[in-house]
Design a binder for this molecule. Sequence first.
Ligand code: SF4
Length: 372
Amino acid sequence: MHEARYWEARPDGRILCTLCPRECRIGEGQAGFCFIRQNRGGRLVSLGWGRSTGFAVDPIEKKPLNHYLPGSRVLSFGTAGCNLGCRFCQNWDISKARLDDLRSREWDPARVVDLAVEQGAPGIAFTYNDPIIWAEFAIDVAREAHARGLFTVFVTSGYVSAAPREEIFAHMDAVNVDLKAFTEAFYAKQTLSHLAPVLETLEWLARHTRVWVEVTNLVIPGLNDEPSETRALAEWVRDHMGPEVPLHFSAFHPAYKMLDRPATPPATLTRARRLAMEAGLRYVYTGNVHDREGQTTWCPSCGEAVVERDWFAVRRTRLAPQGAPDKVAASPRRSDLAGAACASCGARIAGVFPEGQVRATSGARLPLGLGN
Ligand code: SF4
């Protein structure tokens, strides 16, 4: 049983978990809201340490990350549970499950990294359920990955307290944060959490870390798709994170407790993308739909297609190497990272790119059938 970090014993015998703003008070034998942090004999244990509910080798575009080593494959895995209660969860089969229900297997950090190396994946992604709740294991795998020259990706809702946040992201190279809406009413009712801590995490990541950051907004018809909300969200990203932070508008599909809403029409995503670009964001994408225009990276200066994509596949690139990459995390010892420019006009394209050419890829996912 792996002892967790980020907790305090309370005088009444309960444990206060300080990992996320939910701050669960956990009695003996009980678990927190996320299911996988449990009070055993007055100590908080992480049931998620050393567990995986399944591995796959995914294109990095699936995270989604379009400006961090495009065309890379990442060994991806998650555990079970979540610290949010989204009624529309698109991964509810694992986020709402207990580890035992999913017959998860035990893994140590070195074996996870061995698997990535065997599969030819240069990076590891902590994803599928929110890795905040199993941060201790993600940090330990990230340490091992960096020691062996691999990069790390964190896919999260950003609902994390300030002190653990510092420690977690010191070990991550790139992150995609799900900004689920831009109203407190949505967060409170549809996710059982709050907007303010997520915005705080986003601003801190963009302004005070060396982690490459992209943002995703899942657009749900009738709940968070009003043009005024989309515009306000995009303006906030521009003003608090910067106009070069990529923003992805992703399509909702009916799932979990939200089966009464239709899937997001592609036209709604196209409109959101247009509004965000009008607000001044330079790299705005659509996701979960086939939309070559909305998934391609366009040079913000001359309008050339610099990375042509279709779904998760990279079809063609027109990039030229240019100097050092943007926001390289201090931890990995990688000399193969570079900045890039538009091959047509020479304008810099924000992000972290491979030193050589970005390869065309099929965008295929490879489930490994391990861990469950
Ligand atoms: S990480 Fe889990 S146990 Fe800790 S406060 Fe958040 S929901 Fe509660």
